[in-house]
Design a protein around this ligand. Sequence first.
Ligand code: PEP
Ligand code: MN
Length: 346
Amino acid sequence: MIIVMKPHATSEQTEHVFERVRELGYQVHPIYGEQRTVIACVGDERGKARLQALELVDGVESVVPILKPYKLASTDWKQERSAITLSRTGENGFSPITIGNSHFVVMAGPCSVESREQILMSARQVKQAGARILRGGAFKPRSSPYSFQGLEEEGLKLLAEAREATGLYIITEVITPTDVPIVSEYADILQVGARNMQNFALLKEVGKARKPVLLKRGMASTLKDLLLSAEYIMSMGNYDVILCERGIRTFEEYTRNTCDLSAVPALHELSHLPVVVDPSHGTGVRSLVTPMAKAAVAAGADGLIIEVHPNPEEAFSDGAQSLLPDQFEELMTWVKKLAQIEGKAI
Ligand code: PEP
Ligand code: MN
């Protein structure tokens, strides 16, 4: 349910409503707008009729149901587009960056952190081309137990060193709830991978973390499933969620996945959260990455996450879809032009 306060409701009246909502066993998620405060009350769906009675409380204008199954992720609760800001105040070379709400950001780097030389070189190359965030997996969710599983904490340390050396922010994946504290120590954005989109224990744990989360769409998930997973994170108090379309499984075999670009405008209709596209996993084919990246910008994406490797032939994972540094540079030239046409700052 959403409680809409009157434009001139006092803070005492609003506080009183918070108390009443909590007494009824619901969580309070307020948005303090310029005109009025809007309070999402989330909790057990069964008791929501009792919230309706709060319509009679002083300062309340109306109590209306949120019809969508996801509440905090929906445009019913928040109409303005959300933006996520990264900052490392006080550290040299780091200017804050914003993702979403007309601010376009490119994240790039190798699939996995493999060695000090590899990640430092990748960081310098993607920075040179204009990326602001370095990607690289330290904990890898591999389909086969015999594939490279990642350098784990050593990989996180190497990412931190690359951040220090270049001024790029860092995104890296967390695959288990118990790793959330250690990954949060190093990462600027926590990545939840496609295979873990419905790992609810993990979603709750990253919901408690004080770091933004990039949530990838599961390969057999609907947009509703994706938004319900975002809701898990947000209901724990972490509103800084970035949605990521990374391709879904279809009967097509030429591409690794089918990159569903209609998800971008659809998610923008359903949700206020920023939407990023990953055309690397979305296609699995190097030659298709740049065309799909261009199309993603045109579809209104708020950012891209791209795999780039200094020497893809030798990559420990996802070499076939990784761009060479000069290909990434060319992609960036296109993306800068197209983002500008879309009215986005990059
Ligand atoms: C990755 O980003 O390297 C990755 C494993 O992605 P996904 O979860 O989308 O497969
Ligand atoms: Mn990968």
